[in-house]
Design a protein around this ligand. Sequence first.
Ligand SMILES: C[S@@+](CC[C@H](N)C(=O)[O-])C[C@H]1O[C@@H](n2cnc3c(N)ncnc32)[C@H](O)[C@@H]1O
Length: 195
Amino acid sequence: MGMLQNCSARAFDTLLTTIRCKRPIFESKTRVMPFKATGILFSEALALVAAAWTINATHVIESGTAKGQSTEILARVLGPSVQITTIDNDARYSLYERTKERLQQWASVRCLKGDSFAIFPQLLPTLPKHSRALVFVDGPKYEQGLALALAEFAVLDGERNEVEALRREANESHWPVFRPKSAIPNAHGAQWGID
Ligand SMILES: C[S@@+](CC[C@H](N)C(=O)[O-])C[C@H]1O[C@@H](n2cnc3c(N)ncnc32)[C@H](O)[C@@H]1O
């Protein structure tokens, strides 16, 4: 347990160092992008990209494309050598076709339409043997989001049957979860999520 804590503390330190060192590169590559309020905050995206850099990711799997703000940031900042697969069931915004067309300008991006609970078990085992994949769940949210993240580990452990059970459990759960009214405090700090 102590060793595990040391490992995660070290991983967190590395992540923070990467965030500090690479923030100028991140900013230079995303400066041209307008902020879309449906999407990830730029501060969250910096942490996400830093995680990809820290593990030297070869692939990113994203659940929750929406208007593609996070996908675009990933593609711009990580460059063409990192393969990005983004999935959306199109249930929330009906934007899939429009976003897919827009994201076509990045050859590293592949869009898939469907439920990530169904797609993860098919997709994850097809990754090349020595790939280092970062999996990002930005939809579903809350209990379902956590269940999908756990489902990913179940798939990697060869326990595909667990996936449905995890989703069912999440549907039935009544955990007290934090549901922010708005993640965007004001127009000035909107992109970075700061007051
Ligand atoms: C907050 S939005 C994603 C924002 C996006 N990452 C960005 O930064 O622009 C959440 C998205 O997750 C999708 N979603 C929710 N549950 C899903 C599921 N089970 N499988 C695939 N997509 C899902 C919704 O349709 C919605 O478009």
